[in-house]
Design a protein around this ligand. Structure first.
Ligand SMILES: NC(=O)C1=CN([C@@H]2O[C@H](COP(=O)(O)OP(=O)(O)OC[C@H]3O[C@@H](n4cnc5c(N)ncnc54)[C@H](O)[C@@H]3O)[C@@H](O)[C@H]2O)[C@@H](O)CC1
Ligand SMILES: Nc1ncnc2c1ncn2[C@@H]1O[C@H](COP(=O)(O)OP(=O)(O)O)[C@@H](O)[C@H]1O
Ligand SMILES: [K+]
Length: 498
């Protein structure tokens, strides 16, 4: 697990470290600059001409220090200052004095032309960091546009200039970097879209902030790394299929067959011991052919037998409900019966749509429920527009827990998983996963994790991580355009622990 911090919180970490812990600002800066200088040395040859384009805040001070380090190591460097040096931070003035004494040429960035930039190989973007406080316009805007048109390789210091470090929004215009090194932790604004698209290869360097400095943060976001796969429960030798859960998948209706199959198969590949599918009678034959491992119970849409459903719910210890079920009266009764059971439950797609239309069902949500809406479903659930959800991705996901005491995975290019303890941002996956049925596979993974004994919190945060790695593994074998949901399922077996 690693942390992700908003720009606003990172400023608090900075302040606490400098003022309370007592690590001097220039010491942190030296390490920050060193990590960018090292990256440039690793990824360019020594004949490269490097320029730092520096604002007059501490981000600019970092950039000046990067240039000085490269100069000392034999690079041909030059510093271009953007802004009024009289209003510069003390650290910036200090870094400029040092650079001057070392012998580096210092120029005015407002005169820097595209032609001149093209002659350079590397641009160190240090115009704005987490201190960006308003939209970028005027000469700053022109400068950033010129950087984006130039042929030079761009290294962003802390965050590409112009990105909102809290939200990932582009504040008018933003630098398109080839590399970004965040200081402390990954910045939320570098991880969320559209910001993520501006960062190029993204990395972070702690630069010496102690853990104690993070206690002032309002929210510490997290993301999973491969180490966290150890949270998946081990399979004891002395076990049988009952040990790995009795999963009831309520999916599909008389017009939709695939959803139940995809969800159930993904759950099997994740390790579920027993899977029973409850679906419309029209689906029985095809599901039995596609997935003979699953048990199948069916209902008649025109003559719904609630007792059969109740028996299935009684049998199960984990339930996944929603993919392709439809949103009529029968479906409302199904969701209600499932919620009444208070068992570990994943609710997706139409299951969420049914709840969105029904205040009583919303009130029945509980702490063992994991909702997995995509943006459209979340918009209906919160009675907002998709744009409103997109603009407040993290907050919308957070509301699933805050308002309804449930867990949630708000699915997007960066899915946000929320439990009562944590907010995880998923860093795996790719655009090839934007394909029909991909969400049904995720539902199956969540349910499978619950079935094998993951607690609700770990299932909520690990499922999008595993789903994304599966998608990334598929992408190593075929173009993203060709990826189908069934391909994603087949990679789950390459991720699960032996
Ligand atoms: N000692 C520290 O405090 C450390 C700071 N660090 C660096 O410092 C950065 C933060 O420094 P600052 O807080 O000085 O802020 P920045 O350097 O990010 O930017 C602030 C400056 O930009 C101006 N500004 C903001 N929005 C503008 C706009 N739209 N148009 C024109 N000017 C605008 C402000 O008036 C101010 O002069 C971090 O991102 C990081 O790179 C790191 O070196 C780590 C240690
Ligand atoms: N650009 C992307 N990058 C990473 N993951 C993506 C991207 N687009 C979609 N996904 C993932 O694919 C899944 C799509 O789910 P969903 O929209 O419910 O599909 P469906 O309803 O067709 O099953 C989600 O888990 C989402 O996070
Ligand atoms: K920057």
């Amino acid at each position: 697990m690693e942390r992700i911090i908003s720009g606003t919180d990172m400023k608090k970490v900075d302040e606490y470290t400098i003022n309370e812990v007592g690590i001097p600002s220039l010491v942190l800066m030296e390490r920050a600059a060193k990590s960018v200088a090292d990256l440039i040395e690793e990824t360019t040859d020594k004949n490269s001409e490097v320029i730092a384009i520096a604002g007059t805040g501490n981000n600019g001070a970092d950039g000046v220090a990067v240039c000085r380090m490269l100069y000392i190591d034999g690079y041909n460097t030059c510093i271009y200052i953007m802004g009024n040096i009289d209003k510069a931070t003390q650290e910036f003035k200090t870094q400029i004095e040092i650079a001057q004494k070392v012998g580096i040429e210092i120029k005015d960035a407002s005169r820097l032309t595209r032609d001149e930039m093209d002659k350079k190989h590397v641009i160190v973007d240090s115009i704005f960091g987490v201190g960006l406080s308003r939209n970028v316009d005027g000469d700053y805007k022109k400068l950033i546009e010129a950087i984006n048109q130039s042929k030079a390789k761009v290294y962003a210091v802390d965050i590409p200039s112009g990105l909102n470090a809290d939200t990932g929004k582009v504040m008018g215009v933003a630098v398109k970097a080839d590399y970004t090194v965040c200081f402390g932790e990954l910045k939320l604004g570098a991880v969320l879209y559209p910001g993520a698209d501006y960062c190029g290869k993204l990395s972070f360097d702690n630069i010496g902030f102690p853990d104690v400095s993070y206690k002032k943060c309002e929210t510490v976001y997290k993301y999973h790394t491969s180490d966290d796969l150890k949270l998946i429960p081990k399979r004891p030798n002395y076990s049988n299929k009952g040990t790995y859960g009795k999963l009831l998948v309520i999916a599909g209706n008389k017009d939709i067959t695939g959803a139940a199959f995809l969800c159930a198969k993904a759950a099997f590949r994740t390790g579920a011991g027993l899977v029973r599918i409850f679906t419309a009678k029209e689906n029985r034959e095809v599901i039995q052919k596609l997935l003979p491992e699953a048990m199948v119970n069916v209902y008649d849409t025109d003559d719904f037998d609630k007792k059969a459903l109740d028996a299935c719910i009684e049998w199960a210890n984990v339930i996944a409900i929603g993919p392709g079920i439809g949103t009529g009266g029968i479906q409302k009764n199904m969701v209600e019966a499932v919620l009444e059971s208070r068992k570990n439950t994943v609710i997706d797609a139409d299951g969420i749509n049914v709840i969105s239309q029904n205040v009583k069902l919303k009130k029945m949500l509980h702490k063992n429920v994991i909702l997995t809406p995509h943006l459209g479903e979340m918009a209906r659930f919160e009675n907002k527009t998709i744009d409103e959800i997109k603009d407040n991705l993290v907050k919308s996901a957070f509301n699933i827990n805050y308002m309804y005491n449930a867990n949630g995975i708000l699915k997007d290019a960066r899915s946000v998983a929320v439990t009562q303890d944590d907010i995880y941002i998923n860093m795996t996956g790719n655009s090839g996963m934007a394909t029909a049925g991909s969400g049904d596979v995720l539902t199956g993974i969540v349910a499978g994790l619950l079935a094998i004994g993951c607690n609700v919190e770990n299932a909520t945060t690990l499922a999008p991580y595993i789903h994304g790695i599966a998608g990334d593994l598929v992408a190593t074998k075929m173009p993203k355009a060709s990826i189908m949901a069934t391909d994603i399922i087949e990679e789950i077996k390459n991720i699960m622990p032996q």
